[in-house]
Ligand binder design. Structure first.
Ligand SMILES: C[S@@+](CC[C@H](N)C(=O)[O-])C[C@H]1O[C@@H](n2cnc3c(N)ncnc32)[C@H](O)[C@@H]1O
Length: 230
């Protein structure tokens, strides 16, 4: 039974790889994706949104954007804001970049990298007007906990990089993970806001969970207006 599960997972994973390779192998799709895609290289030590977008506008970042279902809609909804979709997996990033490129939005870019590096090291203090973090991988096994996105260090960096009065939105389908994340956010200095997390029901994963009637745990955390960056 377990063997069958592994075989199914491997089959689905290989199918995703083949699909991403097919998309990226299409020169037209690749050219569209490369228009919006930034990747860290030896010369990139900071992310400078005004240089990226050629204007100064409020900046929203989605961490672990997956295939971009939410951020593409959000960027279309708010043309006066700029959006960065950050994704670690190069396979998923290629699909994401092509989808974002096809959306033809001047206010949306894709960055392929570990969001922990981006948030901890590459963003200026008080420079972000919203973070969206939806359905981060829960890594439920004890020995994998070290791979989790949310740590006190990451949360301190979220706090440092958001503007006073700005918000970090979080959702997960794993109750135990939410019970770790939410107190961590409060301990870093965020306050819980009453507003809903706009992507909690709109990402690719969210749509599947909502359709299956699964509970989701979401919250908005605001940095107090009077706070300093760190
Ligand atoms: C469970 S999926 C959720 C995707 C999307 N947020 C959604 O709700 O449909 C988690 C995503 O986070 C990405 N991810 C995991 N760790 C990351 C990291 N350190 N930096 C950026 N992305 C990461 C994964 O590659 C994956 O695409």
């Amino acid at each position: 039974m377990a063997g069958e599960g592994v075989a199914r997972y491997r089959h689905a994973f290989m199918a995703r790889l083949r699909k991403a390779a097919r998309i990226w192998g299409n020169p037209k799709a690749r050219e569209i994706g490369e228009r919006v895609l930034f990747a860290p290289d030896d010369h990139l030590f900071t992310i400078d949104p005004p240089a990226m977008f050629g204007r100064r506008a409020p900046i929203e970042i989605e961490i672990g954007a997956g295939k971009g279902e939410f951020i593409i809609e959000r960027a279309a909804e708010f043309p006066d804001r700029d959006f960065i979709a950050v994704e670690l997996s190069s396979t998923i990033t290629r699909v994401l970049a092509v989808r974002c490129g096809r959306a033809g939005l001047d206010n949306l870019r894709v960055v392929r990298m570990d969001a922990r590096t981006l948030v901890n090291l590459m963003l200026a203090d008080a420079s972000v007007s919203a973070f969206h973090i939806y359905y981060p991988d829960p890594w439920p096994k004890e020995r994998h906990v070290k791979h989790r996105l949310f740590t006190p260090t990451l949360v301190a960096s979220l706090f440092r990089t958001v503007e006073p009065g700005a918000t970090a939105y979080v959702a997960t389908d794993v109750r135990d993970y939410s019970a770790e994340i939410f107190p961590m956010m409060l301990a870093a200095g965020f306050i819980r806001a009453v507003e809903a997390a706009p992507g909690a029901e709109r990402t690719g994963f969210a749509r599947k969970y909502v359709a299956a009637g699964k509970p989701v745990y979401s919250a908005a955390f605001r940095k107090p207006r009077e706070s300093k960056s760190n």
